[in-house]
Structure formats: structure tokens, C-alpha cells
Design a protein around this ligand. Sequence first.
Ligand SMILES: Cc1ncc(COP(=O)(O)O)c(C=O)c1O
Length: 296
Amino acid sequence: MDGKLVPWDDAQVHVLTHGLHYGYAVFEGIRCHRTERGSAVFRLEEHLTRFLESARIYRMKMPFDLAALRRATLDLIAANRVPEAYLRPIAFSGYGQMGLDPTQSPICVAIGMWEWGAYLGADGVERGVRATVSSWVRMDSRSLPPQAKCAANYANSALAKMEAVSGGYDEAILLNSAGVVAEGPGENIFRVKHGIVSTPPASSGILRGITRDSVIRFLMDEGLEFRRNDFTREELFTSDELFYTGTAAGITPIREVDGRPIGTGTYPITKRLQARYEDAIHARTPQYEGWLTFGT
Ligand SMILES: Cc1ncc(COP(=O)(O)O)c(C=O)c1O
């Protein structure tokens, strides 16, 4: 927290923390994994770059640079001696002056970490999850820029997630204000039809996922045809395969959307991508080792 290692129970903030009231906070979700050469962080550089870019979009003066954040992340992993975990860097307007203008409060930076299994469950990764198209529309860059990972965006995500869960589904799919598919509340989405894989482009109002980017690389390396293009709600229903991607969710197949089973339920392409991803994060593929940062 703010440059110091702090015991879990002491990592507290004041109830009048500015960002808690007005959502002025940017964050990241990163994972480290156990490998034969110790703990390895997956795409640390890209996550920290996105963290700094989120702060720039919000004119937030980040008190630490990329090198300091990288060092802090590795020190935290080493201090906790937990090789396989989820890491959550966050920068927020702290305790200072209440009222909307965040520039009157200090920017606090913290990184937390904890052991966290697959976000949509190990069973979901294996057998697929049941999704529903949300009645909530994904906010767009005229209101809240989706490419900044800002805490405020997740109020929109929480509405969609709660609606999905209370309707008996595992996860939501959000359409954007043009009515085409954007993403999940905390995941990007991919579609497979006739062997061609597609995902909505950045201009659809999505977070540019780092797992999404990794999957695009896997598709190239698999020699599969890939397109960044919009697809509609009805094209979800007629897909051969659908899957979510995200640091928390990994690569999770979608087995059903609003009561319609997707494809044959075997997900051959999704399974190939999952295998590549598992090998990459656990340092079993030399060609993807450039994505890993090992502790020192
Ligand atoms: C809204 C949203 N979309 C997509 C993603 C996936 O991004 P990544 O693969 O970088 O974790 C996330 C998770 O961070 C997210 O919160």
C-alpha cells in the first residue's frame, strides 16, 4: 500500500475515501501461476501498461511508474510465498476532500493478492456455463470509456451479473448501445461459426482484454481463420461454439444462451485454445515465454 508491504488486516482505508463514493478508481486483474521455475506472472508488462493507460484516461496522477509497479508486484508475490494467485493493483482517490472533483484528494495505490480459482468455476471451464443476454446495455465511451478499467464501469457489470444470477444463469452477455454483442461483465467473448473465429472489435465498446489478445495469437498459431467483427444476439444462438476470455475466467465455454444450447456441446476449437493457454501460463511453451515474468 503506497509503497509499503502491509499485513492483510491492516490494509484499511477511511470510510470517507473519495474513490469509494464516486468510483474514481482504476484497477487491474493479473494472475501468477506455479511453474517448474517458480511463480510466473502472465503478461505483467501489458497489465501494468493498461493500468497506467486507464489512469491517463482519467487524468489520474499515478505516483508510481511501470518499473516501480513491476517491482512491487514481484516483491508482493515473494513476501506472500503464494506462487499461484490473483493480483489486484488499484489506484484510487483517497481520503482528502469530499465533493466530486477528485483532484483535491491524494491518489493511493495498492496491490492485493489472494488465491482464487477460475471465476466461473472449474466445472464451467470444463463443461461450459449458461449465459443470458442482459437487459442492461454496456456503457459506451460517450459516458464511461470501456477501455479504461475504471471501478465505475463495474456498477454496470454488477447490474448485469445480478440479473443473470437471479435468473438462474451463470453469467451475462451485454449488448452495446448499437444493439450488437459487446462483452461479458468481466470477460470478452468469442464466437466460432463454420471454423471461423470472431470477436467484437475494440470499437464495440469493450475492454481490450489481454487474454483476448493472447487467444488471437493462439488462433494465428493454430492457423485458424479469425476476424474482429460485430455479431448480433441471434448470431449468438446460431454459433457452433462461444466462449468467454479473461484473466479471472480464463477461457470458459458457453454451453447455452437463454435456453438455446450452443453447437454440439463439444467445443473442439475452444478446447484447443484452452490447452494452449494452460501451457502458456505454466511455462510449458517456449514460444510464449516472453509473456512470463519470473520472480527474482
Ligand atoms: C469488462 C471486462 N472485459 C474483459 C475483461 C478481460 O480482460 P483480461 O483478459 O485482460 O483480463 C475483463 C477483465 O479484466 C473485464 O473486466
